[in-house]
Each structure stands twice: as C-alpha cells, then as structure tokens.
Design a protein around this ligand. Structure first.
Ligand SMILES: [Zn+2]
Ligand SMILES: [Zn+2]
Length: 309
C-alpha cells in the first residue's frame, strides 16, 4: 500500500482545526514520518497510526512547526520498544537542535535511532527506491525530499499468451530475460517507477522544480495567497498559485497543498488560486486526511480509469 496520512497542516501556530505539520508516507514496507510538529504523537493516535512501523523520520528544517513533535515521537518509539532501527534525516547544520530534541527530557531510552544528517546531494537507497534531498530557500538551512522508485518492466499476459510462454518459462524469462528466442522486451511493457516529493518552507528556486519533477504525489507548502506574494518571497515561502504552477511545470499528477497561514479565514481561496494554475488533482490538506499515491501510470487500473473518461 502506498498512502500519505496527513497529521497536521498549520504553519507557525496550530489552530482549532489544524495541528502543526506532520505527514506519514507508507510506501509498502517503508514508512516515513515527515516533519513531526508539536502534537504529532497524539495526531498519530487520532489517525490510527502506531510508531512501530516507522522506518525513517525526515526533517526539512528545525523550525518548531516542523520538529517540536520529535521528542514525543522518539520517546514513544522507546516506550513501545520498536524492534528495528529508525533512521532520522535532518539538515546537517542543525545537529545541535537534533541532539537537544533527541534528549529533550528524561526517559528510559531504548530507542534505536540512526541519525543520518543530510547535505546537498544526499542520496540513500531504501526498500522503496532512492531517497534524495536538495537544499531549499528559507530563513534557515532547509531541505526538500524526493523518493523515486526505479523504472521497471511488467509482464503483459496477452503477450505471454501470444508468444506461447506459460508455466516455468515465465519464471525463466523473469530470471534470465529470455526463454528460447523470446526476450523479456517481447512480452513486457515499461513500468514507470512512482515518485513522491516533499517540499516545505521555501521561496521559489530551481530545487523546488528538481524535487517535484514528474512526481506522482507532491506535498508542497502553500503558506500564502497571491495578495501576500511579496511577503512570501521575502520570508521564504510559497503562495498557492506558485505551488500549483510548480506542479504544472513539473508534470505532477496529484498536488497536495498544506502549511497554511492562519491569517486567512477561508481556505477554499487556496484551492481557487491553485486551480487557476493547475488542472490535475488538487488536494487541500486537512488534518487526518488520507491521500493514496495515484495508481501507477500504465497500470491496468489507470488504463481503466482513463477509458472511463
Ligand atoms: Zn513552517
Ligand atoms: Zn520554516
């Protein structure tokens, strides 16, 4: 299963309806918690999520709305005796902040955490694909993350039948790429890898586009509306229209807007401004919402969906 669970959607201060940030991406066996803001432990409870499946925590930057929930999550990992290591990625220059949050209070500490700070060009191979990080433009050191599954090929039953490939010959083809004169290319089709991108707190810069490129699912900050665009640029944030324009120019499929400023009473205005720039799927994030990674391009599910119109 590949699914995003949204735990919090507020920038700077929580509101009555929006917790500080927090996002869990389940990507098969890889379960990544992004930017646990204050209150994340309780939001996970409300969303029906445990800490035990977590394999990684990714912090974009050490502002409180993205990291003050880390102590609670770490202590819960210890309390629940999570039986495997949890890797934690964060900006390398913020090591002091990480160390303080890691040991924020006294607790019986059996958490098996593996701190792996990121810097420009960071790259790690995971069971879900390649995790990379690129620096963004904000008031402190900030990184966006991207998870990219390698491209592959999938067997096409009709082609297997046409070439008379059955039984053990299918396994032989998968193992060796050939069975007699038939090659794997004859009986399979490209299976594009899926891509996820997470872009928080940044002004517009080239790396926003590099992270978002071809993403099936893009989670991106949308702090401001166009009327405050000048301030957004000055403080290192995006407007809804800019975020949606990134999605359009990057070929994104599903766009998730979040990190809303509490100054706007009506959040549908974010949707209106984004819709003017991007005609793909737009999700205006709400706390405790679940967003599936869209079906793989070229999958039978996706072809059926497009056939329906
Ligand atoms: Zn923020
Ligand atoms: Zn920030």
């Amino acid at each position: 299963m590949r699914e995003l669970t949204i735990l919090g959607t507020a920038s700077q201060v929580p509101t009555r309806h929006r917790n500080h940030n927090g996002y869990q991406l389940r990507w098969d066996d890889e379960v990544i918690l992004f930017d646990p803001g204050e209150g994340t432990q309780r939001q996970m409870l409300m969303a029906g999520l445990a800490v035990t499946p977590l394999t990684r925590i990714c912090i974009t930057h050490f502002h409180g709305d993205h990291s003050l929930g880390l102590p609670g999550v770490i202590q819960r990992i210890s309390l629940d005796k999570v039986p495997h290591p949890v890797r934690v990625h964060f900006p390398a220059g913020g090591r002091d902040y990480f160390d303080r949050l890691r040991h924020a209070t006294s607790f019986y500490d059996v958490a098996d955490l593996l701190p792996e700070p990121v810097s420009d060009g960071f790259r790690a191979e995971t069971t879900a694909g390649t995790l990379t990080a690129l620096p963004l433009r904000h008031s402190i050191e900030t990184y966006g993350y991207r998870l990219a599954e390698p491209d592959g090929r999938r067997m096409v039953p009709a082609l297997l039948e046409a070439y008379g490939i059955t039984g053990p010959a299918v396994g032989e083809l998968q193992r060796t790429g050939r069975s007699g004169t038939v090659t794997i290319d004859d009986v399979s089709a490209p299976r594009p890898g899926q891509r996820f991108a997470f872009v928080m707190d940044t002004g517009l810069c080239d790396n926003v586009f590099a992270l978002a490129d071809g993403a099936d699912l893009l989670v991106i900050e949308s702090t401001f509306l166009a009327e405050d665009a000048a301030m957004a640029a000055q403080v290192g944030h995006l407007t809804a229209g800019q975020a949606a324009s990134v999605a359009r120019q990057s070929g994104v499929r599903t766009l998730v807007l979040t990190h809303f400023s509490q100054r706007y009473a009506d959040s549908t205005r974010f949707l209106d401004e984004a819709r003017a720039e991007f005609d793909g799927d737009i999700v205006l994030a709400e706390d405790l919402m679940r967003v599936p990674v869209p079906p793989r391009l070229g999958s039978s599910h996706e072809r059926a969906a497009s056939a329906r119109g």
